[in-house]
Design a protein around this ligand. Sequence first.
Ligand code: ZN
Length: 483
Amino acid sequence: MRKIFLYCWLLSWASCLFAQQYDLVIEGGRVIDPERKLDAVRNVGIEDGRIARISKAPLKGRRVVVAAGLVVAPGFIDLHQHGQDQTSQRVKAFDGVTTALEMEIGAPDVTPFLKSKEGHSLIHYGTTASHLAARALVFGTPLPDGTILPKSGPATDEPASTEQIEKIQQRLREQLDAGALGIGMGIQYAPGATRLEVIDMFRVAAERKLPVYTHMRSAGRVEPGSAIEALEEVIGASAITGAPLHIVHINSTCLRDSLECLSLIEGARAHGLDVTTEAYPYIAGMTAINSALFNPGWREKLGIDYGNLVLPDTGEHLSKERFDELHNSNKQQWVLVFANTQETVDQLIPNPLIMIASDGAEGHPRNAGTYSRVLAQYVREKKSLTLMEALRKMTLMPAQMLERSTPAAKKKGRVQEGADADLVLFDAQSIADRSTFEKPMETSVGVRYLLVGGTVLIDDGKMVSDVYPGKAIVGPESGGRGR
Ligand SMILES: [Zn+2]
């Protein structure tokens, strides 16, 4: 009996020793965790895709990454990413992003979206349920494959009947059942949607206690139909229904009135409403030229002219004739929209209410450069943001937003024991974007290592081939698929 006891004691002592050997140890990096405000040199032990240990004492690992001189931060979480293929995921990874979600508009059909990416994704992915796609389907003109925005026409410009609204709601409920993280509403792309239709969609989100992400009904200053009015509409719908509200790209909707829009959001929050927002650090937007965003009146609304529209592939500035041709075409063509000022963008990015989100897709430099650009321009050059605050906007804030959709988000956006090992290791002195309007897919520099769920995706500055560690992030109705 005593022998057995001694044997067991020896065995547990030995296993205790071996347990200290982690899958991977990140040694001596400057660990920054925006939730606990930790900014200190630490060793990080990773086991089974999770952060198992954060310690001042040395740790043993089967692999050790020497991180002296590098920042060790949570991987960036992009709530607003349209380019969901591997080409875009690759440039996102070099920009420090470990999770990129299609939340503004939403994938047209959640089940095939999630299925197509399973085992083929470099970084984590997920989507909202698309109001626009549901509306197009109910109007009998489903979106063509590979598109997320409908062409301007009856499905965008006409009001829906009561029966049609009920069918759209039903479709959205099915999409939520399939794992959507909320409802995406590009209201400006369906100007025929009445105020009541918008409220009825918020009601579906509220039933499930899920958020609505919205590109608001209109941009600019012209009344009626100003950005301020559009913001009142969705804040009202959120207040009426109780659905949390996230306003996407406040910079490109509110333009010169962005700070006014922020003060409206501040007021709503001060009175207990759950309203959040985001911005990207560029003066131009990009959208589909045949969409309802360019219905008559767009020049007055945005305060721009044909020449402010530029084709990303060729750099061609449009004329009226060329615009008419492309707007009336069935072919979906992206166009860059130069409508904002650097001054507005520079005022917005440091504001504490602003999360960083890219609105990325191929053709615009924000796809590849958003996060590095904020770290280079606002933290290092202008010094209008601290590194801690910039990282909060890229990690903790979006993770907290996602917690409204899934408890799995509590393990993201943090460098803490028990958190998912989604980590970016970068050089704060040299991190920078290289993508431009002429060369929008140039990868950023400065990210030395990127870990997605504990798997090394960028290793000493190079992409590891044939690893696909990205997992689905799904809503609560999907029966626990993904994580
Ligand atoms: Zn948008």
